[in-house]
Design a protein around this ligand. Sequence first.
Ligand code: HEM
Length: 445
Amino acid sequence: MITGVPAIMRNPPAWLERTVARHGDLVAFPMPSTPVLLVNTPAGARHVLQRNHRNYTKATIQYGSLSLVTGSGLLTSDGEVWRRHRRTLQPAFHHGGLEQVAASTVEAAEQLRAAWDQVPAYTPIDAEAAIMRAMITVVGKTLFADDLADAGEDLVHAVERATRQVIARATSPLAAGPLGRLPTRSARRMRSAVATLDRTTAAIVDRRLSQPLTSSDPDLLSMLLRAAGHGQEPQEPWMSDQEVRDELVTLVIAGHETVASSLVWTLHLLAGSPGVQERLYAELDQVLAGERPQWQHVPQLTYTRAVIDEALRLFPPAWVITRRSSGPDTIDGVEVPAGTLVIVSPWLLHRSAKSWPDPLRFDPGRFLGAGPGEGDRHPSYLPFGAGPRLCIGRDFALLESVLLLASLLRDRAVRRPAGAREPVVEALVTLRPKNGLPLALIPRR
Ligand code: HEM
């Protein structure tokens, strides 16, 4: 049992590291209102997320705070509601959708390249802001069949404002209690950000409904709207318009910042590793021969994929995953009463010397064993979670990441600007470089 919880608010990942270093891999916290258990063994994490998942729900502070923004979407819902929504949305993420994702990603990457062409070589650019905008465009095109235009920018900003308030609530005991309902400045900011999200998603829905909605439209928004009874061939609606809104907001939040975060850290790690860059460029030159990457190239881009896998290990965008136990359980020999808040941290598991030799070294070679996907078999590798709540967008995310990286670096190298400091990791809904990430892209030839 330990004390000193408020330090979690200052730098949560560092606090988690100190906690397991001092107290071991299964740490019970003496919280007055609810038992809390930090689970940092691979077997314990898999037990909670996979093997005994039926005993665990998302009724946690993390997801409760997020649901103030997303409502009851796939990320935050449980039970029958979750199951029905997952079944409805799943087909939009199947193989057929991936080709569209690939095309939209390469198009967004080409726009990014064109914008960066205007910047003189060696001039630092804020890679984070630009990649965030690129990824929201991809979400719009692939999931909502909408190019979003200016709405993309509004969404990025509204999500940014709303999720900062979510984190403030999730890490502040006061905000999570009755005081959190006071009309403070933070509450006002949250309301205004949610209002922007509502307005923007309503406009996306209106645009879609202004055109015929047939039973064969495969995009996710069309699937949701049909489930809400808006199709041309009427069906008994089983989803409300509010539920459609909640899923849209969920996908905007879950679908762009995560991928952008992983790419930004990938570029950062590459910029500090000339050896890895050389090997990556050899693969890109061989497979792409200077041309734009396409969907067909992806299976050959094995080292590129390993670079992404390794960056997701060192900087897992979803750095913490929480659950609440519904009944009593035993995790790795520790008794867990019903109602326990269980914390699993991919950040900790991915950086543990017990699971990874020389854990802080950026070494994509770790993932080259049996080909892409090797990491999925490593018990301590959970960037996309595990079990039935595994990320629905995993294949999209990996495809987007490989193609964006290949597009951006097919003829350029990435450098840290002279005198740039090591970025400070800010643990928000995803891991972000505090104050952005200045990088320089220079021609390779
Ligand atoms: C769930 C990570 C990209 C949509 C999750 C979970 C993780 C995760 C760890 C499980 C959370 C839990 O068990 O509590 C990531 C990472 C991504 C990424 C690291 C990028 C590198 C995406 C994309 C989309 C997406 C591109 C959508 C287009 C979702 C949704 C869920 C989810 C809807 C909830 C699934 C469910 O519970 O049924 N993600 N994600 N994610 N993700 Fe992702």
